[in-house]
Design a protein around this ligand. Structure first.
Ligand SMILES: *Cc1c(COP(=O)(O)O)cnc(C)c1O
Length: 339
């Protein structure tokens, strides 16, 4: 695209040429359709609008130095969407169908994939919604699967840097046996007030403890938490956090680097023992944590003593980005290349 300012993209929506759509009717998925319309024609009684039958995913495509387009772990997103579908009673899409749809929409919008040098990427947003007109609370009979894409800027405009977080106890994002493990819009609706509260207090994001005991670390906003100490990568084991593909990838890279990896409940007090910590997800890969404040316990867990990202977080961040852009070999088969 001639007139996109690639180096000044934000994380926002920009219209691209095409989206792909697929309809579920009479108990089966139809053919994939390429569409240039941005809006959906939806019945006002659709189940997604009233009862939250909505799931989404998020992944990225990157343009390499070699000009090739790389999509990061689309099969993992397909599997997570299948799990979400199970969770809120929607029909699953096969991994094959999902990956084909992702490849099709990326290829069709090739001119919107930012150049390598910009550090930007193409954000891919799959969406699945219940569309049947219903008033009773039942799963929809019909569904629509859509994927749109939009170019997004590098998350760290001023360079990889740390952020302050605050523990919010007033609101829970998800319950231990609720939908926290599924990627559904409802979890985000539940997080808006906590997020606003954190922002109003000048923090970059809210930090959640487990909803039941308010004792263990759950998530940092809409990202997973990890801490680093004694050559060990520690991340929470919980029934209310979303299984992040970035986190899973970082665990593997940490192991490759000779670190120990632990997935276990992390009590809040343990925050004082970490040498480094971060929030991780597709948007930023890693957002290093400067400190975590807890007003109720009058504590401030300072993690980045010098205010800068730690060496291991920096190494992990650079390594994962290098794999995504094709600067380093993809030894785990994470990347799908579109020629
Ligand atoms: C999507 C999401 C993440 C990050 O998952 P990735 O697969 O790494 O992008 C973390 N937490 C929540 C609540 C999410 O919705």
């Amino acid at each position: 695209m001639e007139n996109i300012d690639w180096s000044n993209l934000s994380f926002g929506y920009m219209r691209t040429d095409y989206n792909v759509r697929c309809y579920y009717r009479d108990g089966q998925w139809g053919e994939l359709e390429l569409c240039s319309e941005e809006t959906l024609n939806l019945h006002m009684a659709a189940t997604c609008l009233h009862y939250g039958q909505e799931a989404f995913e998020g992944l990225k495509a990157f343009r390499g130095k070699d000009g090739k387009i790389r999509i990061f772990r689309p099969e993992a997103n397909a599997e997570r969407l299948q799990s979400t579908c199970n969770g809120i009673l929607m029909p699953e899409l096969s991994t094959e169908m999902f990956v084909k749809a992702v490849k099709t929409v990326v290829k069709a919008n090739e001119r919107f994939i930012p150049p390598y040098e910009s550090g930007a990427s193409l954000y891919i947003r799959p969406l699945l919604i219940g569309t049947s007109a219903q008033v009773g609370v039942h799963p929809s009979k019909e569904y629509l699967f859509v994927i749109f894409v939009t170019p997004v800027g590098p998350y760290f405009k001023g360079g990889f840097s740390t952020n302050p977080y605050v523990i919010i106890r007033e609101f829970d994002r998800s319950a231990p046996l609720g939908t926290g493990i599924y990627k559904v819009g409802g979890n985000y609706a539940a997080s808006l007030r906590a997020n606003k509260m954190a922002h109003d207090m000048g923090y970059s994001c809210e930090f959640y403890l487990d909803a039941k005991e308010k004792k263990y670390i759950d998530e940092c906003g809409a990202a997973n938490f990890f801490g680093i100490k004694d050559n060990t990568y520690v991340t929470p084991l919980s029934t209310s956090i979303l299984p992040s593909i970035t986190n899973r990838s970082l665990m593997q890279l940490a192991e490759d680097m000779g670190m120990k990896v632990e997935r276990r409940p992390i009590p809040e007090e343990e925050l004082s023992t970490f040498e480094e910590a971060g929030a991780c997800g597709t948007a930023a890969v890693i957002s290093p944590i400067e400190r975590i404040d807890d007003f109720e316990n009058k504590k401030s867990y300072i993690i980045a003593k010098d205010g800068k990202p730690g060496p291991i977080s920096t190494l992990l961040y650079n390594k994962l980005r290098a794999i995504q852009y094709g600067d380093e070999p993809d030894t785990h088969g994470w990347v799908t290349i579109i020629e």
